[in-house]
Design a binder for this molecule. Structure first.
Ligand SMILES: [Zn+2]
Length: 402
């Protein structure tokens, strides 16, 4: 009898040792392959809140209480930002939804993501999105709660759509690769209320984790396409976005995590002045409760700002917004963004405008929606060579012949 107990005891011991070894094997598996810090929890949360299609000039009219639909301005945004609004300008990729969110959430030029505009796109290559970068390095919950459908599409070719009569998807949408890394993703939620409600639920669900979330409201863009940029309806939807911002802030405060959560409110593109589209609408805004932000910037500057906050490598095309640009002047082929004390084009370069060339229909569109903004591209326009970002609209002297 005694021997049997000893035998069982020894067996158990060996088993425990084996389990311990196995566990150690897992825990101590070197992560050198990606140089990652996997397993480390960040010290803060980040929410990127998208208000789709807010034109800068219209935004300020509402914010500054100049419109009857905005008697109180945008009180939640004002409180969030401590009344400090920044300008955001688009200098690469189309001023539309696909190109916009692809750029905002990768920090990359359209030439790298392959998402040029709503019609000319591909899946953002694997590993390029901020979601994948964060998931790769941290023990973090990521979520993606989105009002729009295909323009912020998650489907990959060959998948089956449940909403559209089980149709088989025939192409990759921009977020096809990223969704594999994102913990919770849902798009095509439609109106603001659906997005806001789900966002509040998920914030509550993840309150004990550290999270990075993208919450996208399809308005005022959706309404702007229907009623036009100068409509009361367009304004009312900006006010509704602000209402949901307030709900999200209240939820974070109720859960005791607001002080630990950086919120960036940003928009993917503006709106053509007085029109119901945004063929060239590069003038927008952004606002945040991140006290370190010091300057206005480019649409591609948000991701590097957030990567820097997390201590990750800035292998992207934009620059962090928490510091002035770290060079003397803007060099050839780069954009000059017009704001107080902004760097100018380097000597010998000319500043050309943000006229957009839409190649498939060979048409030019002048930018609108940001009166007085002088942003543009620094190039050798006039040297007889047509180098990107020069094209036949912004530098006809070099590019007309092409
Ligand atoms: Zn949009």
């Amino acid at each position: 009898m005694k021997l049997r107990y000893v035998f069982v005891f020894i067996c158990l011991l060996i088993l425990l040792l084996l389990i311990a070894c196995e566990k150690q094997g897992i825990d101590e598996k070197p992560e050198e392959s990606d140089g990652g810090l996997k397993g480390i929890e960040p010290e803060f949360n980040v929410l990127v809140i998208g208000w789709d299609g807010v034109q800068r000039d219209h935004f300020y009219e509402c914010y500054n209480q100049e419109l009857s639909e905005c008697p109180d301005g945008l009180p939640n945004l004002k409180e969030l930002s401590n009344n400090n609004i920044f300008n955001m300008t688009i200098t690469n990729g189309a001023t539309d939804t696909k190109a916009g969110w692809a750029q905002i959430l990768t920090g990359l030029n359209a030439e790298k993501t392959g998402v040029y505009d709503n019609n000319y796109f591909q899946a953002i290559p694997e590993g390029y999105s901020i979601f994948e970068k964060l998931e790769n390095y941290f023990d973090i919950v990521t979520f993606f709660i989105v009002g729009k459908g295909n323009h912020i599409g998650l489907f990959c070719e060959g998948e089956q759509s449940q909403s559209k009569k089980n149709k088989i998807i025939t192409e990759d949408f921009p977020w096809c690769n990223a969704k594999k890394a994102i913990d919770f993703s849902q798009n095509a939620l439609g109106e603001n209320e659906n997005v806001g409600t789900l966002a509040l639920e998920k914030i509550e669900e993840y309150k004990d984790n550290k999270f990075f979330g993208f919450i996208h409201f399809e308005d005022p863009d959706h309404t702007g396409h229907e009623y036009g940029e100068n409509s009361e309806e367009y304004t009312e939807q900006i006010v509704d976005d602000d209402h949901w911002l307030g709900q999200i802030i209240d939820k974070l405060k109720e859960l005791g995590i607001y002080e630990n959560t950086y919120i960036y409110v940003i928009t993917d593109h503006g709106f053509d002045e007085g029109k119901s589209g945004h063929s060239n609408a590069p003038y927008t805004f952004f606002a945040t409760n991140d006290p370190n932000i010091v300057r206005s910037g480019d649409r591609k500057d948000l991701t590097p700002t957030i990567l820097k906050k997390y201590g990750l490598e800035l292998d992207v095309d934009g620059y962090p917004l928490d510091a002035e640009l770290q060079f003397e002047c803007i060099s050839e082929g780069h954009a000059y963004i017009d704001y107080n004390n902004a760097l100018q084009c380097c000597e010998g370069l000319s500043l050309i405008n943000l006229d957009y060339y839409y190649e498939p229909i060979d048409k030019c569109a002048a930018p609108s929606g940001g009166i007085g903004d002088n942003s543009g591209q620094c190039t050798y326009c006039g040297d007889g060579i047509c180098n990107a970002p020069e094209q036949k609209c912004n530098c006809p002297e070099d590019c007309e012949a092409n």
